[in-house]
Design a protein around this ligand. Structure first.
Ligand code: NAD
Length: 474
């Protein structure tokens, strides 16, 4: 393994201490990552503050630098993908895709047109709304999609004129550290700083007085702590948190087609996606057919080390997550659930768990009511549509959701009744850069992507010129 260093003010900086990173396919440590000290964190934030002074002033220079960064990331996708597979577990093609997606996000925001917002321009007044950058931004990412979710933050933050301190999860710091390194000669020093460390680092970063905005993706429990830290400093905050996405199959759907779509949307990244399908509701008359088709999908799935050709599903990322998923399944079985496919932890080494389909489950079981964040899908029957909408909405989460139907109009009407940030019809996890994405209830505050995601990295500044002295509103 190569050395891993932090990027602070454009320089490569070794950790004063390091910590081990484990390959989830082997369960063994395979690299050391820097554990950022308090003074190194201060240096990273100071570098972001210093770079902000000029970075904010020249929008066309920002756009050009972002396009160069996109080219560099795309060129490095295969190389860096191998590192990401080893620390995260996902198959190589999906790991490389994270860098391609990051490049795509950089290009989207580099080329996004943002027309002037003029509210009034007449003989009485000229009123315009400017979107001002905020300053140094903390971008904090989880271990499931570390790089692409990082660029959901970095791309709009940089385009808006902010500078960034990016902190990946201690489970998956390596690919993000390498991104900092490969972009160090593409972006001006201090514009993108990358630091890594054990969990106290996140709290130190969010509490840092010079940080003006926190963009956080992670669990709801940590999101609450981030919100408290943000409140202390009146920092702007965007929280992308957990989910418990329902997929609702309607009685006019084709069982084989919906089972293939739902299985893929539940199991991608071994179920470790905030907007994976996490519970599926099927009308009683289709229940047997849909379960049988899901079981076929599960039995055909190829699980293994993400570096091996043909592997579709890697291990879970870490031991606590493996234990959580295994515990939720065994608790459900203890309460009467049936394992229709998959089930037990696969033989080690590594944190493997087979794609699992559960029947005889009830809404009060934790595998249904909470976020499993793993490859175990409960399938529940229902009797009528108002009942299933109520059950789908009876969650403290509200991230994604989907309706699966042969009748597009019916799908639209029911989609509008779901309490969620997004409801897809006949798909799940479709996330273009131009479409806002976020959660309601405990799934988050604010959105990412599109013009809405850009605005989250700005404050409104109104310039209001009165044209005739003494004239009054309106
Ligand atoms: P986590 O909350 O444990 O950690 C997320 C990040 O926060 C990590 O970088 C961690 O080091 C850091 N952190 C830990 N304590 C902190 C603190 N006190 N202050 C600031 N930062 C701190 O989440 P995870 O286990 O890495 O990720 C899984 C969770 O993320 C799941 O709940 C999943 O649904 C959620 N997620 C949400 C989205 C979304 O867009 N809504 C996307 C992906 C993952």
């Amino acid at each position: 393994m190569p050395n891993f260093s932090m990027t602070i003010g454009g320089e490569q900086v070794a950790g004063e201490a390091t910590f081990a990173v484990i390959n989830p396919a082997t369960g063994q440590p395979f690299a050391e990552a820097p554990d950022c000290s308090t003074s190194q964190l201060d240096s990273a934030v100071a570098a972001a503050e210093k770079a902000y002074v000029s970075w904010r002033t020249d929008e066309s220079a920002r756009r050009e630098a972002m396009l160069r960064a996109a080219d560099r990331l795309e060129a490095e996708a295969e190389n860096l993908g191998r590192i990401l597979t080893q620390e995260q577990g996902k198959p190589l093609s999906q790991a490389a895709l994270e860098f391609t997606v990051s490049a795509y996000w950089l290009r989207y925001y580099a080329t996004l047109e943002t027309p002037a917002e003029v509210l009034q321009d007449d003989d009485k007044a000229y009123v315009e709304v400017l979107r001002q950058p905020l300053g140094p931004v903390a971008a904090i990412t989880p271990w499931n999609v570390p790089v692409a979710l990082g660029f959901w933050k970095v791309a709009p933050a940089l385009r808006a004129g902010n500078t960034v301190v990016l902190k990946p999860s201690p489970f998956t710091p390596l690919a993000t550290l390498k991104v900092g390194e490969v972009l160090a000669d593409v972006l001006p020093p201090g514009v993108l700083n990358v630091v890594s460390g054990l969990d106290p680092l996140g709290a130190k970063l969010t509490a840092h007085p010079a940080i003006r905005k926190i963009s956080f993706t992670g669990s709801t429990a940590t999101g609450r702590k981030v919100a408290i830290a943000a409140a202390e400093g009146l920092k702007r905050v965007t929280l992308e948190l957990g989910g418990n996405d329902p997929a609702i199959v309607l009685d006019d759907a084709d069982p084989q087609t919906v089972a293939a779509g739902i299985f893929a949307s539940a199991m991608v990244n071994t179920g470790q996606i905030c907007v994976a399908v996490k519970r599926t509701y099927v009308p009683r008359n289709l229940y047997g057919d849909v379960v049988a088709a899901l079981v076929d999908q599960a039995n055909a799935a190829k699980v293994g080390n993400g570096l091996e050709a043909g592997v579709e599903y890697g291990p879970l990322n870490n031991k606590p997550q493996l234990d959580r998923v295994a515990g939720l399944v065994s608790d459900a079985v203890g309460a009467g659930a049936t394992v229709a496919a998959g089930g037990p932890t696969l033989a080690g080494p590594g944190y493997f768990y087979a794609p699992t389909i559960l029947t005889d489950v009830t809404d009060d079981m934790a595998i249904v009511a909470e976020e499993q964040f793993g490859p175990a899908l409960p399938v529940l029957p229902y009797d009528d549509v108002p009942e299933v909408i109520a059950r789908a909405n009876a969650s403290h989460f509200g991230l994604g959701s989907s309706i699966w139907t042969g009748d597009p109009q019916r799908g639209l009407e029911l989609a509008r009744q779901i309490e969620a940030g997004t409801t897809w019809i006949n798909s799940h996890i479709v996330l273009p850069p131009s479409v806002p994405f976020g959660g309601v209830k405990s799934s988050g505050i604010g959105v990412e992507n599109g013009i809405w995601g850009l605005h989250e990295f700005t404050d409104v500044h109104v310039v209001h010129q009165i044209r005739a002295i003494g004239s009054s509103w309106p």
